[in-house]
Design a protein around this ligand. Structure first.
Ligand code: C5P
Length: 312
């Protein structure tokens, strides 16, 4: 890093929970067709981009996430965002020049789209830093190119995802839903969980299970109705790979959660509660069996600029 400017642009992006995750049989390209409902919840990664003469990236991880392995240079999705924005946004295919700092509180490899949040934050921050003024539609298309969950991380709120999850339509959600989130240090790889799903369900229908019942429950605003409609086709595969997750889900429900659910491909487990107070009580009970137990609420906003920060 050389000669960074004093002002940076900070973008905040949220974790996601899949309220419904219907998974169909794999397509020819290997991806699985999805009918999913995402909800952005109040766990965040912050990314700050500073002008610089060359490219550098540093990441700090919140203590509660423990010792996690982060992707190396080139594999990191923020590097990929920078390269793609340069390739498409500059007539001469410019070289990425910025110093980027990522501060993570979203569980890593946890099924909460932490990497996708960082990618979405990088798209917004670098687009602004380099004054590319990429239209929203094009940012969404670039996001879809980089990963199935990244368009949702841009949009936030509550949204339905079709295709491989990248075709997102915002859903009107006036609820304020209370969650307990239990991260797990032993991350599960998303491709491995999808592969295990294929092994467990070789006769899966090409059509994913419809999200319609979940959408109806969401409109009722009733947490009991929402709890009954929560659905994750990947849960059986995640629990088969990690049977202790099944025990944790049962324990959370015994402690008063309306429903426990594996988040996406896991291993994070989430628990819907009927109020913020109930979520605090369930979190306090689960603290006796798990080292890290968080509370969160949703829906919250997609990736957005929160600050222009002086260089530290
Ligand atoms: O799109 P993304 O990079 O997030 O996907 C990571 C991996 O998860 C894919 O390579 C694929 O193995 C699996 N996946 C899938 N079907 C989807 C989304 C992801 O099989 N709809």
């Amino acid at each position: 890093m050389t000669h960074p400017s004093r002002q940076g642009i900070t973008v905040r992006a949220a974790a996601k929970i899949n309220l419904h995750l219907g998974v169909g049989a794999p397509r020819e390209d290997g991806f699985h067709p999805l009918d999913t409902v995402y909800q952005a919840v109040s766990l965040y990664d912050d990314l700050t981009a500073y002008a610089a003469d060359d490219w550098s990236l540093s990441t700090t991880v919140a203590d509660h996430l423990g010792a996690v392995e982060l992707p190396g240079p080139g594999d990191n999705v923020v590097d990929q965002v920078a390269a793609l924005l340069c390739a498409t946004g500059c007539a001469d295919g410019c070289t990425p020049r910025a110093h980027v700092e990522v501060s993570k509180t979203i569980p890593v490899a946890g099924g909460m789209a932490g990497g996708s949040a960082d990618a979405a934050a990088a798209l917004v921050a670098l687009d602004r830093l380099w004054d590319l003024q990429t239209p929203d539609e094009q940012l969404l298309a670039l996001a879809a190119q980089l990963g199935s969950d990244i368009p949702f991380s841009l949009v936030g709120g509550t949204a339905r995802g079709l295709g491989r999850g990248e075709v997102v339509t915002p859903i009107d959600d006036t609820g304020n839903w209370s969650w307990v989130v239990v991260p797990d240090a032993g991350g599960l790889s998303t491709p491995a969980v999808y592969r295990h799903y294929d092994v467990l369900f070789p006769d899966a229908s090409p059509e994913p299970a419809s999200a319609q019942p979940l959408l109806t429950a969401l409109t009722s605003g009733d947490p009991f109705a929402l709890a009954a409609a929560l659905h994750n086709d990947l849960e059986a595969a995640a629990v088969d790979l990690r049977p202790d997750l099944g025990e944790l889900l049962a324990r959370g429900e015994m402690e008063g959660a309306l429903r426990g659910l594996v988040s996406g491909s896991g291993p994070t487990c989430v628990f819907l509660c009927d109020s913020a107070e109930a979520a605090r009580d369930v979190a306090s009970s689960l603290s006796s069996v798990r080292p890290v137990v968080l509370t969160a609420h949703g829906p919250v906003s997609g990736a957005h600029v929160v600050d222009t920060s002086p260089f530290p």
